[in-house]
Ligand binder design. Structure first.
Ligand SMILES: [Zn+2]
Length: 62
């Protein structure tokens, strides 16, 4: 028996297993969720990465 609990991603609706971020983008995405979107822990790693990438683009474009 494992105690991992799968979650449903708040963005794409896919099931994922919460894990510690392993890339810089995932880490950035998690930080952004906590700071700006207040939905930390509810996004799957690919969505965290996408969000981080988008946020970086906006910040650079400004
Ligand atoms: Zn997702």
């Amino acid at each position: 028996m494992r105690c991992e609990e799968n979650k449903i991603c708040g963005v794409c609706g896919r099931e994922f297993t919460p894990a510690t971020p392993c890339t810089l983008l995932e880490e950035a995405g998690e930080w952004l969720s906590a700071e700006f979107w207040e939905d930390a822990g509810r996004l799957c790693p690919p969505c965290l990465e996408n969000r981080a990438r988008l946020a970086l683009m906006y910040i650079i474009d400004r």
